[in-house]
Design a binder for this molecule. Structure first.
Ligand SMILES: *Cc1c(COP(=O)(O)O)cnc(C)c1O
Length: 222
C-alpha cells in the first residue's frame, strides 16, 4: 500500500513553501486523490480531458486542476471550463484557440508556455525562436482572454542529473529572456514549472516555482 499521506508530508518537508506542488493523479482513482486532499493537497494535475472531468465531478470543488497533457483544439472548451491552469500550451495555434474559446466563455485562461527542452523528439513544446515570434506578433498582442503565467518544460528521461540540470537551466534562461523582453510590466509572468518525481530537487535548485509530482505521491502507475 502506498502511503499517500506520508509521501505528501515528506515532500512538503523537502520542498520550500514558496514552491507549489502539483500532485499528478493521472490513471489514479478518485479515492487516492481524496486521501491526498485530506492530507492538505489542493492542486492536482491530469493529462486527459475525460479523466479530469470524471474526477472533478466526484471531488471537492476547491481542488485546483491543472491540465498537463497535449491538448487538441476540439477539447479546449471543456478544459477552459474545468482547469485552473493549462500548463501545456505547445503551439501558437492552440493558444489562439484557447483565447477565442475563453472570450466566448467570458473568462481569462491562465496558461504556461511549454518549451521543448528534452533530447527526445517525442516531447511537445516551443523552441525559443517560435516563442519569440509568437510574442512579437500582433495576433498575440491582441489576445485578451489568455494570461501567460510562465513556462513549463519536461527534461529528458534519464538518470544523468547533470544533463537534466542543463535542460532546466536552459528553461530558466529562456524564461528570464522572455520576461525581460515581453512581460516586464506583468508580474503574473512568474511561474517556472519544472521537475517531476525523478528530478524535482534539481528543478528546485534551478529555480522551479512549480513541481509536478506523480509516482512519488501515488506510487508507480500501472
Ligand atoms: C506524468 C507527468 C508528470 C509526473 O510524472 P512522475 O514521474 O510520476 O512524477 C509530470 N509532468 C507531466 C507533464 C506528466 O505527464
Amino acid at each position: 500500500m502506498t502511503d499517500i499521506e506520508g509521501n505528501i508530508r515528506y515532500l512538503r518537508q523537502q520542498i520550500p513553501q514558496s514552491v507549489k506542488i502539483v500532485a499528478v493523479s493521472k490513471t489514479k482513482p478518485v479515492s487516492d486523490i481524496l486521501t491526498a486532499y485530506n492530507a492538505g493537497q489542493r492542486i492536482f494535475g491530469e493529462n486527459r480531458l475525460q479523466e479530469l472531468q470524471t474526477k472533478r465531478d466526484q471531488l471537492p470543488s476547491d481542488i485546483e486542476w491543472h491540465f498537463i497533457g497535449h491538448l487538441q483544439s476540439k477539447k479546449v472548451k471543456q478544459i477552459v471550463q474545468h482547469a485552473a491552469m493549462i500548463q501545456s500550451v505547445d503551439s501558437f495555434r492552440l493558444l489562439s484557440v484557447i483565447d477565442k474559446v475563453a472570450l466566448r466563455a467570458g473568462v481569462v485562461a491562465d496558461c504556461l508556455i511549454q518549451f521543448h527542452i528534452a533530447r527526445e523528439e517525442t516531447k511537445f513544446g516551443f523552441s525559443p525562436e517560435e516563442a519569440i515570434e509568437m510574442f512579437r506578433s500582433a495576433d498575440f498582442k491582441n489576445m485578451r482572454n489568455v494570461r501567460i503565467r510562465g513556462v513549463m518544460g519536461m527534461a529528458t528521461f534519464t538518470d544523468d542529473m547533470e544533463a537534466v540540470r542543463e535542460e532546466f537551466r536552459l528553461l530558466k534562461k529562456w524564461f528570464t529572456t522572455i520576461r525581460n523582453d515581453f512581460f516586464q510590466e506583468k508580474n503574473e509572468f512568474s511561474e517556472i514549472s519544472m521537475g517531476m518525481s525523478g528530478d524535482y530537487l534539481v528543478g528546485i535548485e534551478e529555480g522551479a516555482t512549480i513541481v509536478r509530482i506523480g509516482s512519488l505521491i501515488f506510487g508507480e502507475r500501472g
